[in-house]
Design a protein around this ligand. Sequence first.
Ligand SMILES: *Cc1c(COP(=O)(O)O)cnc(C)c1O
Length: 385
Amino acid sequence: MKQRLMTPGPSPVPEETLLELAKPVTYHRSAQFRQLLGEVLEDLKYVYCTRNSIAVLTASGTGGMEAAVANCLPPGSKAIVGVAGKFGERWRNIAKAFGVEVISVAVPYGQAVQPEQIEQALKQHPDAAAVCATLSETSTGVRHDIRAFGEIITRTNALFLVDGISGLGVAECRTDDWHIDLCITGSQKALMLPPGLSFVSVSDKAWQRIDQNSPSRVFYFDLRKYRDSLKTNDTPFTPANTLLRALSVSLKKLRAEGIENVWARHARMAAACRAGVQALGLELFAAQPIDGLTVVKTPEGIDGVALVSKLEKQYGIRIAGGQDPLKGKIFRIAHMGYMDQFDVLAALAALEMVLLEMGYTLTPGSSVAAAQQVLVQQVRTAQMV
Ligand SMILES: *Cc1c(COP(=O)(O)O)cnc(C)c1O
């Protein structure tokens, strides 16, 4: 059976990238490696829409979040944290682990933190050293208006820390224009690579703060070490150079498509997927959805855990269920990274078959048809322009 990986991390990896991963391991203190890193960083800056320097960490995405907190927020400092799900909670928990006083701006799961709430919190806490936000709250499928947050935060002394891990390379995210001081992503979401790397861009405003802080509770994730090494396109510790070579292949693919086209492809897949599930009478969970995944409420009378497991066992389509309080209540179909419209149609077709088998009433083909309509309509519109 053909396997389709449609989880919101990890995501599928293109064949040419997999082939690169199969090549022999090379030594990293070499001119070739420095050239490779230089190229990869240029391509990453393109994806990030930034001129800031980017640290490459051998860690999953959470390592990048920890690096951001450890370097920017000394113990006893204050951070405003937007919490709309598991990953906002992760920001909060990391900050707490580093002795940071957390001001939570929380909304119920499925909702998005609003810019006015951030503005209000900054007014109440003018001494906040940072605001932490999540571009794509993967646990609920919510998109945050990072641009609006940035416009508010840039007028203050606070640094703007953004977890862009499942959003960067999916939806518009302009690090510099949107005043993001530290933007974090991981390799296994939209960048079309296996897990193992995390990237952190750092603005000038943030470097000034980091230099003043001289963080003492950090060693491996001391961003100043990465900045020093970057002067010669190098890394302070052994880099995951095999992954970096593979990344270079995936980023070339992104560059060839063009970042705006990449965002548009995700928007098309998301529109088709949303139309498909709604045509089945199912409800979307996210009030303000991101384009990298579609999060759906499990309908009444259907076992959500069984649904996810049947999709995988019977049809080879691996989607994700809900986590913790949302277990069984939602399911999450990812369409991020190396995916196209036919992956979405396949997932919808299989979803119909599983729902039918589980006794849910639907007309076979109805979600696929609705998704096709959306996709064709978009082709027509594009031709008219
Ligand atoms: C995947 C993800 C992370 C990081 O998780 P890791 O398991 O550490 O890679 C963080 N934030 C968001 C929004 C994510 O989607």
